[in-house]
Ligand binder design. Structure first.
Ligand code: ZN
Ligand code: ZN
Ligand code: FE
Length: 760
C-alpha cells in the first residue's frame, strides 16, 4: 500500500471535479479524501501503487468536460490507514481562488433525460447538472453556493435535494438544480402583458405565435432574445423596423448541425466550436441557397449561426417546425440587452408581439458570443457568454489592476495575480444605460473575484465615459494608455509574449498623441512603452462622427487632397452622385478646419475606397462599408497599387494618395470593382510588408503582432499573415480576445501595471 498527496490546479472548482475524484477513487478501491483549497483541489489517496497510478492517469486523461487542469503535482507520503473515501468541506477561511464558470450549454446527459418521457424532468425547460447550465449569469456573490445565486428563491424538493447531496449523483452540488416540482417555470403573456386565454401551455402558445410570424421576446440565459422565423422575409423586416436596426446582420439559431450545414459552409473547426459547450454564434460563409430570408443578413457573405444552448431553446425547436429562428439581443439599437421581466415588458413594448418569460432571475446580463475561425483557430469578435469570466492566463503575476476598455464594444479586464478576467461584452458606451451596466460590471467583477483593483487603466480619449469613470476615482491611481499601444499589448499578452514587437494596429478610431485621431499605426511596442514608427498619411475627416456614418465624406477628402477642386472633373461619376451643395459645405469644413480632424485611420481609408467603388456612401452600422468592400475581394494576388513612403522624418509616413489615385484611374478605365478591391487589399498587405522589412533591418526585431478592428477583415488578415510569414516574420494575431476594441481592456491592464512599476 502507498499514499500520495495530489494537488491539482486549473479550472477545477464548480465544475464537478470533486465528485469526479470521488467516483474515480471509489471505482479503483482507493481510500482517502478530497477538498477544495485556495488554489485548486487537494487529494490524498491510499491503495495499491498500480491503482494510484491509474487514478492519476484518469485525472489527466478524462477530467470533467468543464475542467482544465493546468498542473498536477503528487508527493509520496506515509500511509495512515484510511478506511473510506470522503469529500471534505472546503477550507472556509482560506483565501479562495474559485474560478466562476461561464454559463454552459445543455449537456448530452440532460438532453437525453429531457427527451425521455419516463424521466421526471421530461420536457423541463430548466434541466441542468454539474456539467451544464447557468453559472455566471445567476451569481450574486461568492462563494458560489445556491443561496448566493438567483436560485435562492427556489427550495429544492426531496428528490432534487437528494441528488444535490449525493456525491455519486451527477447533480452533486449543481447549484441551479431544479425540476418541475420545485424549480423555475415558464410564463406566457401577450404584447399587452395579458396571459393567453386559450392556451395554458406557454411553450406551445409561443411556438404557435412564432409560426404565425409574430415577434416573440424570449427570456434566455443572459438576457432576452427577440425571436422570429428566419425564413419569413416579411417577419424579419418587421423586426428590423421595430428594433430600429436597418441592415446590421442578425444571428440565427438552427436546430442541429445538419441544418447549420445547409445554411453555411463549415470547416471541421467551425463545427467543433459551434457545437462546443460554449455554443457561440459562429460567423461562417453563407451558402448560395441557404434556407433563410435575405433580410437576415442583406449584402453580407457571412451568416452568424448558433445552436440551441438552453433546454428551452431545444424545446422550441422540438415543439415547432422551424428551419431557423432569428435570435437577436432584445434591446433598442445599442442599449444593453434586457434581463428582467418587468423591464422587458416596458422596454420591448411595441417591439415584441408576445413574451415567453420565466421566474429564474438573470442576475448578470451576458450577450451571445460571436467568433470566427481563422486558420483553424478561434478568432473572437465578441467574447461573452460561454467564455466570460474564464480567465486569460498571463505569464506572470501583476498587481490588481483593471483595464476599463474604450468606448465601442467595451469590455473591462480585472487582473488578479497571473490571470486576466475579461468581462462579458458591455457594449457601446454611448448612453446612460450602458454606462450604468459598465459600472455594475466593474463592481461585480471585483466582488466575485474578491479583488479590488489598485490601479485603473483608461483610454486617452477625454470624451469616453470610461475615461470619465477613471478620473472620478480619487483614491486610486489611474494610468492613461494609448489606444493602439493597448491593442498591441493585448495581442502580446494573450500569447504570453513580452515584446518588443512590431505591432501593426489598424482600426477605425483611436486617440493618439497631441489630440490626433490615429488608426493606421505601426508601432515598436513592448509591455511598458511604444514608439510610433510609421503611420498612414493623415487626411482630413470632415464632420467627425458624420464621416464615419457617411464614407463618401472620406472619399471626398482623399479626392480633395489629390486633385483639389479639379476633383469634380477628374472623378465625374463620383461628382454626379453627390450634389454640389453638399460637397461644397464639406470642402469648406475641410478648408476652415471646422469640426474636421486629421486622421491616419486605416478604417477610414477602407471607407473611402468603398465609396469610390460606389459600394456604400452611407452606412447603417459601424464598419459596413469596409465589410462590403472585403466581400467583393477575391483571394488571388493580382498585383497591387503604388504608394510612397516618406522616411525623411520620424515617424515614417505612408502616403496612400497614389493608392487612391490608382483606384480612380482604374475605375475610369472601366476595371472590374472586384479586381480593384482585390488589389486594394493586396496593397495594404504589401505596405505592411515593406514597412516591417525596413523596421526589421533597423531593429533586428522579427516578432509581429496584428491587432485592431480592421483585422476583422479576414481577407486582409490572411494576406498579411501570408506575406509576412513568407518573409520569415514570426506573426501573431488574436485567438483569445477580440482584435477589435473588445480586447482593449486586457492590453490597458498590462500596460498600466508596467507603468505603475516604473512610475510612468
Ligand atoms: Zn447537464
Ligand atoms: Zn425538484
Ligand atoms: Fe481600436
Amino acid at each position: 500500500l502507498i499514499r500520495e498527496r495530489i494537488h491539482v490546479r486549473g479550472i477545477v472548482q464548480g465544475v464537478g471535479f470533486r465528485p469526479f475524484i470521488y467516483r474515480t477513487a471509489v471505482s479503483l478501491g482507493l481510500k482517502g479524501w478530497v477538498f477544495n483549497d485556495s488554489s485548486g483541489v487537494e487529494v490524498e489517496v491510499e491503495g495499491e501503487e498500480k491503482d494510484v497510478e491509474s487514478f492519476k492517469k484518469t485525472l489527466e486523461s478524462h477530467p470533467p468536460p468543464l475542467a482544465t487542469i493546468s498542473s498536477l503535482e503528487s508527493l509520496r507520503i506515509s500511509t495512515v490507514g484510511s478506511t473510506d473515501f470522503l469529500i471534505r468541506d472546503s477550507h472556509k477561511n482560506a483565501p479562495t481562488a474559485t474560478l466562476i464558470s461561464p454559463d454552459i450549454a445543455l449537456c448530452g446527459d440532460c438532453l437525453r433525460e429531457m427527451e425521455d418521457p419516463a424521466d421526471r424532468r421530461y420536457g423541463y425547460p430548466f434541466i441542468n447538472c454539474t456539467n451544464c447550465g447557468p453559472r455566471y449569469t445567476i451569481i450574486e456573490d461568492i462563494p458560489y453556493d445556491r443561496p448566493k445565486t438567483s436560485m435562492k428563491h427556489f427550495t429544492m424538493c426531496r428528490l432534487c435535494a437528494g441528488e444535490y447531496h449525493d456525491p455519486e449523483d451527477r447533480r452533486f452540488h449543481a447549484q441551479p438544480n431544479a425540476c418541475w416540482e420545485c424549480g423555475p417555470r415558464l410564463n406566457f403573456v401577450d404584447g399587452d402583458g395579458r396571459p393567453s386565454p386559450e392556451n395554458p401551455d406557454p411553450l406551445e402558445e409561443t411556438v404557435g405565435r412564432l409560426e404565425k410570424g409574430e415577434i416573440a421576446a424570449i427570456k434566455g440565459l443572459g438576457g432576452f432574445h427577440l425571436a422570429v422565423e428566419a425564413t419569413s422575409g416579411e417577419a424579419v423586416k418587421r423586426l428590423r423596423l421595430r428594433k430600429n436596426r436597418e441592415e446590421k446582420p442578425l444571428a440565427v439559431m438552427v436546430a442541429s448541425l445538419e441544418t447549420a450545414r445547409l445554411m453555411v459552409h463549415l470547416s471541421p473547426e467551425e463545427e467543433l466550436e459551434l457545437d462546443s459547450p460554449r455554443k457561440p454564434i459562429v460567423l461562417a460563409r453563407k451558402k448560395e441557397n441557404a434556407p433563410v430570408a435575405r433580410e437576415v443578413s442583406p449584402d453580407n457573405d457571412y451568416l452568424g449561426i448558433m445552436l440551441p444552448y438552453t433546454p428551452l431553446h431545444r424545446l422550441l425547436f422540438s415543439s415547432g417546425d422551424f428551419t431557423a429562428l432569428v435570435m437577436t439581443s432584445a434591446n433598442l439599437s445599442e442599449e444593453p440587452i434586457c434581463i428582467g421581466n418587468d423591464e422587458a415588458l416596458t422596454r420591448l413594448e411595441g417591439i415584441a408581439d408576445c413574451f415567453l418569460l420565466h421566474d429564474r432571475l438573470i442576475h448578470f446580463r451576458t450577450d451571445d458570443s460571436v467568433i470566427r475561425i481563422f486558420r483553424g483557430r478561434s478568432y473572437p469578435i465578441r467574447r461573452s457568454r460561454g467564455y466570460a469570466p474564464a480567465p486569460v492566463p498571463l505569464t506572470r503575476s501583476l498587481r490588481p489592476v483593471i483595464g476599463l476598455g474604450g468606448e465601442l464594444k467595451n469590455t473591462v479586464c480585472l487582473v488578479k495575480r497571473d490571470q486576466a478576467f475579461l468581462s462579458q461584452h458591455v457594449g457601446d458606451m454611448e448612453n446612460e444605460e450602458t454606462d450604468s451596466f459598465f459600472r455594475k460590471t466593474v463592481h461585480h467583477l471585483e466582488k466575485i473575484l474578491e479583488c479590488r483593483a489598485e490601479i485603473l487603466a483608461y483610454d486617452l480619449h477625454p470624451g469616453y465615459l470610461t475615461t470619465r469613470y477613471a478620473l472620478e476615482q480619487e483614491e486610486r491611481p489611474t494610468w492613461g494608455v494609448q489606444h493602439h499601444h493597448a491593442h498591441a499589448v493585448s495581442c502580446l499578452a494573450e500569447h504570453g509574449l513580452d515584446g518588443p514587437a512590431l505591432a501593426v494596429t489598424f482600426d477605425g478610431t483611436g486617440f493618439g498623441e497631441e489630440g490626433r485621431i490615429w488608426g493606421g499605426e505601426i508601432l515598436l511596442a513592448d509591455r511598458s512603452g511604444y514608439r510610433r514608427e510609421a503611420h498612414l498619411l493623415e487626411v482630413p475627416m470632415p464632420g467627425g462622427d458624420s464621416a464615419v456614418r457617411e464614407p463618401f465624406r472620406m472619399a471626398l477628402s482623399y479626392l480633395y487632397s489629390l486633385y483639389g477642386l479639379e476633383l469634380f472633373d477628374r472623378v465625374p461619376e463620383f461628382a454626379r452622385r453627390h450634389p454640389r451643395e453638399k460637397t461644397d459645405i464639406i470642402l469648406s469644413m475641410i478648408d476652415k478646419g471646422i469640426n474636421t480632424f486629421m486622421t491616419s485611420s486605416a478604417g477610414r481609408l477602407f471607407d473611402a475606397v468603398s465609396s469610390l467603388l460606389n459600394i456604400r456612401d452611407r452606412v447603417s452600422f459601424e464598419g459596413q462599408a469596409a465589410m462590403e468592400l472585403e466581400y467583393l475581394a477575391g483571394d488571388g494576388e493580382l498585383g497591387h497599387y503604388p504608394f510612397d513612403m516618406d522616411s525623411s522624418g520620424e515617424p515614417v509616413v505612408i502616403n496612400t494618395l497614389p493608392v487612391v489615385e490608382a483606384v480612380v484611374s482604374e475605375l475610369a478605365a472601366g476595371a472590374d470593382p472586384q479586381l480593384i478591391s482585390t488589389r486594394f487589399h493586396q496593397t495594404l498587405a504589401v505596405i505592411i510588408r515593406e514597412v516591417l522589412i525596413n523596421l526589421k533591418r533597423r531593429s533586428g526585431i522579427g516578432l509581429v503582432v496584428l491587432s485592431g478592428g480592421v483585422f476583422q477583415n479576414s481577407n486582409l488578415l490572411e494576406r498579411t499573415v501570408r506575406i509576412l510569414q513568407k518573409e520569415k516574420f514570426e506573426v501573431y494575431w488574436h485567438e483569445k480576445v477580440p482584435t477589435n476594441d473588445g480586447g482593449l481592456s486586457l492590453g490597458q491592464a498590462v500596460v498600466a501595471h508596467e507603468k505603475s512599476l516604473s512610475g510612468g
